[in-house]
Design a protein around this ligand. Structure first.
Ligand SMILES: [Zn+2]
Length: 239
């Protein structure tokens, strides 16, 4: 692997800085800093080629040499896609672990239910990657991998929070309203007029909730400091 030389865990920068990371709808990942990150997948031409290969595979006779060749070509394309995504996960998790002391993320188990109930993103883990919805499924797989690597590199510094209402709450005034979510991409608070990328707004809420958890955890610990503790899976979750 290209990034095997990077030490795990990565020491906390010690700046006290917090970041919220949202699994975006319009992008792969949105940060509370306003950064929008997109995991690389297959290029347009590669996706077209994959679709063509899948059509040919459906027509190829079972057990034929032709079928074996098509299958091998499909496997190579998928491996390329996985490699690119994994590289991105390594770079992104390293960068976050180096830049921030505390990293707030959605709790994936809760997120799956919430998102599917809202009907915006398919539940992670369900196999939706095969057909036209390709990117969605890849996004879900990439998200799980990103959180795992973050926990490896920043043990005890990743706080998982209940994502309920993160997309409907104004990160400026705290007003909760579905109508504030104007579209997939735009959040515009009906109470205070705060307007920002919808995924960034969610990331800001995740950051603020994580900040509350971090303070509570520090009070509970006689030694203070958030660095290198066990992951806080048992923290109370708040909405
Ligand atoms: Zn507001």
């Amino acid at each position: 692997m290209a990034f095997a030389a990077i030490p795990d865990p990565i020491p906390a920068p010690g700046t006290g800085e917090l970041v919220g990371v949202d699994r975006g709808v319009a992008v792969s990942v949105a940060l509370s800093t306003g950064d929008l990150l997109t995991a690389p997948g297959l290029r347009e031409t590669e996706r077209a080629r994959l679709a063509r290969l899948l059509r040919r595979l459906a027509r190829a006779r079972r057990g034929s040499k032709r079928r074996a060749r098509i299958k091998a070509a499909i496997a190579r394309l998928k491996a390329r896609e996985t490699d690119r995504r994994n590289d991105w996960i390594e770079k992104t998790s390293t960068s976050l672990a180096r830049r921030f002391d505390v990293i707030g993320v959605e709790d994936l188990n809760i997120a799956g239910m919430t998102r599917s109930a809202r009907g915006t993103v398919e539940a992670p883990g369900r196999r939706v990657a095969q057909k036209a919805g390709l990117n969605r499924g890849i996004l879900a797989a990439g998200w799980g991998g990103l959180v795992r690597r973050l926990e490896d590199k920043a043990p005890g510094r990743v706080i998982k929070i209940d994502p309920r209402n993160t997309s409907r709450t104004s990160s400026t005034c705290g007003h909760v309203a579905g109508e504030s979510r104007k579209s997939r991409a735009v959040f515009s608070c009906v109470a205070c007029g705060f307007r920002v990328n919808a995924d960034v707004n969610a990331a800001m809420n995740i950051r603020d909730t994580a900040a509350g958890h971090a303070v509570a955890a520090r009070r509970g610990s006689p030694l203070g400091g958030p660095a290198n503790r066990e992951p806080q899976h048992d923290l109370p979750l708040t909405g």
